[in-house]
Design a protein around this ligand. Structure first.
Ligand SMILES: *Cc1c(COP(=O)(O)O)cnc(C)c1O
Length: 387
């Protein structure tokens, strides 16, 4: 079933943003994070394009997401960040699980021995995020124990920053120092360097010491900097890949003093042209946008009026000339010279761009475009994803 909103995904923007990742991270490999359906952009299409453009690894949260990618014909190494349910799946689909505890390592070793095979794993250590990973108690002993388990190849060591997006990078520096100490101690014990990664987008952009063997960006691949909107400009110049659009369902000409939507939180002050849009909070358009956000119509910003409903939103079109039912409305992204960014919407919904992208992207029908140059002009070649 088609809902009212369409997320148009620009795959050339993804390729461009990957080029920037490669430029800033120089010799480090790239592990592209495509969890949560590639931050709402569609993990199959995004992953295929990223592989084509040369990323070395993909990372997802769950085994099920990795299986979707294998079903789409993707053969690149896939790291599974947060799953320990489907141990057999790791083997059946040739995945690289991230291990956070000894128990899971033992279970993997048992299955590997039963199958007379070896599985590559990455081990996560907690350097101060307080979420997942082996803790500092007997850490090196535990790492060595895992490395020595039959059927297990310790192929990677990783950790995660809690606030590398802050301009004060002192805590990130503490985390990196802990990580480096662990790496050194492990190197001494095993007499071999373990492939190590800790840098998310923020660290890839602003903390060069943390790049190590690979960077692990998510958000910046999709065109946003976690460091904030102003950092999105040169020399970083990321291009947002998602545009969310809909069409005006209906235009109402209403007299002054007409209440709009549930709770009558907006009342017209003048003769007004009110546009009704087929998009609402069930499409991931946050209810906090009630009387609070703007959308683009005919290249102009117009305000959302009244409460956002489940499937419907109203906007004030009074100042827009020649507007018609069926006209394109942009909720996120560019139209003419104006644009609405995920940073802007995040600020209004008191959240972060990550949540704006995953909310709007996961609910919308997707169309993928590949702008191509024809006689000096960029034209969109498009196909619609079948669902
Ligand atoms: C989501 C995630 C990333 C990517 O973070 P961004 O801030 O989007 O770059 C990297 N590593 C881990 C473990 C993650 O969960």
């Amino acid at each position: 079933m088609n809902r009212g909103a369409i997320a148009e995904i620009n795959l050339s923007a993804i390729a461009h943003n990957l080029e920037i990742v490669k430029r800033v991270s120089k010799d480090s490999a790239v592990i592209a994070v495509v969890k949560a359906d590639a931050y709402g952009h569609g993990c199959r299409e995004i992953s295929k394009r990223l592989i084509k453009e040369g990323v070395s690894y993909l990372a997802v949260a769950y085994t099920g997401e990795a299986i979707l990618l294998r079903d789409a014909g993707i053969t690149a190494p896939i790291i599974v960040l947060f799953d320990r349910e489907d141990i057999e799946g790791f083997f059946d689909f040739d995945l690289v699980p991230v291990i956070h505890d000894i128990t899971t390592a033992l279970a993997l070793s048992r299955v590997a021995r039963g199958r007379r095979t070896t599985i590559k794993v990455h081990v996560k250590v907690d350097t101060g995020m307080g979420r997942l990973g082996l803790s500092s108690n007997h850490l090196i002993e535990n790492l060595v124990k895992i490395a020595d388990m039959e059927g297990i190849e310790l192929a990677g060591l990783m950790s995660h920053f809690s606030d590398a997006d802050l301009s004060d990078r002192s805590y990130a520096a503490v985390q990196l120092e802990r990580f480096n100490k662990i790496r050194e101690a492990l190197f001494k014990k095993l007499n071999k360097k373990i492939f190590s990664h800790i840098a998310n987008s923020a660290a890839a952009l602003a903390f060069e010491d943390a790049h190590l063997d690979a960077v692990r960006p998510g958000l910046m691949l999709y065109g946003y900097s976690p460091l904030g909107q102003n950092k999105n400009t040169e020399p970083i110049n990321l291009i947002p890949a998602m545009k969310v659009k809909t069409k005006i369902l209906c235009i109402r000409n209403l007299p002054p003093d007409s209440p709009i939507s549930y709770g009558r939180t907006f009342v017209t002050k003048r003769r007004s042209k009110i546009g009704v849009l087929p998009v609402g909070y069930a499409d991931g358009y946050d209810r906090l946008f009630s009387n609070n956000a703007e959308v683009l119509v005919r290249g102009r910003r117009v305000p959302v009026v009244g409460r956002i409903c489940m499937d419907i939103t109203m906007v004030d079109l009074t100042e827009v000339e020649d507007v018609r039912e069926g006209d394109e409305v942009v909720i996120l992204g560019q139209q003419g010279d104006e644009s609405i960014t995920a940073h802007e919407l995040a600020c209004k919904a008191r959240t972060i761009p990550y949540e704006i992208l995953t909310s709007l992207g996961s609910h919308s029908r997707k169309e993928y475009i590949y702008p191509v140059r024809k006689g000096g002009f960029l034209t969109g070649q498009m196909f619609k994803e079948r669902r």
